[in-house]
Design a protein around this ligand. Structure first.
Ligand SMILES: [Zn+2]
Length: 255
């Protein structure tokens, strides 16, 4: 049975999302821990399949970030993104993406390949293994994309600019050496950016970068601050997503 109302059954989404690009942001693909403040960063494999299947069922096109950036369609399209490169995304997410023929990008913390999300320790998050070099290559062989999420996952606006440069430039180089192809996409850790950081991302040669602020992207959107919606497992968030769309529409009408 289809899981009703996960995203697209929500009337407000249908009423406001007429065109433009919706980018979904996922992190870990596993059962959310019971007592954790960041439960929204986890989603069960069955829910991922239900959400993507439901969206696929509406006839909305899933595209890769590279494809969308190349032709910048005004159509209603969806991009699926994963942050941090969790091994559970490789194990549980990849088979679902392949089953549903959904393209996706995984933003990798280049200094922690085969390591753990140690940067999350401070906030008490679950520490999980990250994808290994071999798993990254297999992800790529499956036709999916890899982007950079810095070297160590810092708040880029809170560190010296030369250190931020190192995080942005060197992660690109490490991933390109590993993958044997250009790495053209970047995601700001914690969605944290400012104009100076954005300039560094541009200077490094990234073609797109994504933030963590919700919104629909249009043909004219700044390609280095593309907006994303956090995809969560909780029904109230579905309602919140619908309300966010409504607010967005109201703001656009006022402006
Ligand atoms: Zn992250």
């Amino acid at each position: 049975m289809a899981a009703p109302g996960l995203y697209v059954d929500h009337t407000s989404i249908h009423s406001v999302w007429h065109d433009g690009l919706l980018i979904l942001m996922y992190h870990a693909i596993e059962t959310p821990p019971l007592w954790h403040s960041n439960r929204g960063l986890y989603i069960e494999p069955s829910k991922l399949r239900a959400q993507l299947g439901e969206l696929r069922g509406t006839g909305t096109r899933f595209v890769s970030l590279t494809e969308w950036n190349r032709r910048r369609s005004r159509e209603r399209e969806i991009i699926v993104t994963f942050d941090d490169g969790f091994q559970n995304v490789f194990r549980h997410g990849l088979p679902i993406l392949q089953e549903l023929a959904v393209p996706a990008i995984n933003y990798i913390v280049a200094g922690e390949i085969g390591g753990t999300n140690s940067w999350d320790r401070a906030c008490g998050a679950q520490i999980r293994p990250l994808m290994s070099r071999d798993e990254l290559l297999e992800w790529q062989r499956a036709g999916l994309e890899i982007g950079s999420h810095t070297l160590t996952h810092p708040h880029l606006t809170a560190i010296p600019l030369d250190q931020a440069r190192h995080e942005i430039f060197d992660s690109k180089k490490i991933l390109e050496d590993l993958c044997g192809r250009p790495v053209a996409h970047f995601a700001y850790p914690y969605g944290d950016w400012n104009p100076a950081i954005r300039d560094l991302v541009a200077e490094a040669g990234y073609e797109t970068a994504t933030v963590a602020h919700p919104g629909i992207n249009s043909f004219e959107s700044d390609r280095l601050t593309l907006r994303r919606f956090l995809a969560t497992h909780r029904r109230p968030h579905v309602v919140a997503l619908g309300r966010a769309f409504q607010r967005l529409l109201l703001n656009e009408r006022r402006s």
